[in-house]
Design a protein around this ligand. Structure first.
Ligand code: NAP
Length: 247
């Protein structure tokens, strides 16, 4: 199950898993884009279905898990990826703006993990991969204090979850993407993309495949002894101490 898989990074993760032979359930709220993502995956030879659910709703997520079991007979890997990043300056941020981001990004991660647990416990190799970010845990960006807090909190969550879930042989880890090219980012225009790429040591933005590859590693048999950990996938973006470091 990949949440937030109708677009962007989640769609990349779902496509990566499907091309590696996994049967994928695409979860998102919008029917049209979730169905379109599934069509794309299926036409590339993968197995995928979609289910419309809001990750912050326990009722929705229980139904999504039930659909997964009905379709595929169980659930081995949860990629808790759904997230939103509406910009709001700290001085004028409303309680509703704060709550919306926390409900989706943080509570949504908790609800996704908790509702999937009964099935993950039945799996021989239950895996959870959370999509966090460099923004919050390592860096900051104006307008994203709520977002950064939610992405840092996801890491606090996985560290204790890893201890509690260890007895079931379930691992939980996080991928921390830097700037990844998604449909939304492409709309910002080439000049913006070029400027961002110039500030990254590898001189390019990441792709959704880059994040999918890290998620697939964390879900693999080979990563079976890795839990409560993070992988930064950012082309070195967090490394330069100053502008001079990039000259
Ligand atoms: P995106 O292109 O906007 O896609 C977000 C996905 O999440 C969509 O499928 C959306 O579908 C779904 N979604 C949003 N709210 C949801 C909810 N309440 N319940 C279920 N699904 C929901 O975003 P993205 O850039 O791929 O980001 C995906 C994740 O990567 C997020 O957690 C984000 O924080 C993280 N991330 C992104 C970047 C980046 O550069 N793009 C960098 C670091 C971290 P619906 O709207 O139809 O529900």
């Amino acid at each position: 199950m990949v949440t937030g898989a109708s677009k962007g990074i989640g769609k990349g993760i779902a496509s990566g898993f499907a091309s590696a032979g996994a049967k994928v359930l695409v979860v998102a709220r919008s029917e049209a884009s979730a169905a379109a993502a599934v069509e794309e995956i299926v036409s590339a030879g993968g197995t995928a279905n979609h289910y419309c659910a809001d990750v912050s709703s326990r009722t929705d997520m229980k139904a999504a898990v039930a659909r997964c079991v009905e379709l595929y007979g169980g659930l081995d890997v949860l990629c808790a990826n759904a997230g939103i990043f509406p910009s709001a300056g700290l001085e004028s941020m409303s309680d509703d703006q704060w709550d919306e981001v926390m409900n989706t990004n943080l509570k949504g991660t908790f609800v996704s993990v908790q509702t999937c647990l009964p099935e993950l416990k039945k799996s021989q190799a239950g895996r959870i991969v959370v999509t966090s970010s460099i923004t919050g845990p390592i860096t900051g960006f104006p307008g994203w204090s709520h977002y950064g807090a939610s992405k840092s909190a996801q890491l606090g969550f996985i560290r204790t979850a890893a201890i509690e879930l260890g007895k079931y042989q379930i691992t939980i880890n996080a991928v921390m993407p830097g700037n990844i090219i998604t449909e939304g980012l492409e709309d910002m225009g080439q000049e913006y993309l070029d400027q961002m790429a110039a500030s990254i040591p590898l001189k390019k933005l990441g792709s959704t495949e880059d994040i999918a590859n890290a998620a697939m590693f964390l879900a693999s048999r080979e990563a079976g002894y890795v839990t409560g950990q993070t992988i930064v996938v950012d082309g070195g973006q967090v490394l330069p101490e100053s502008l001079e470091a990039m000259e």
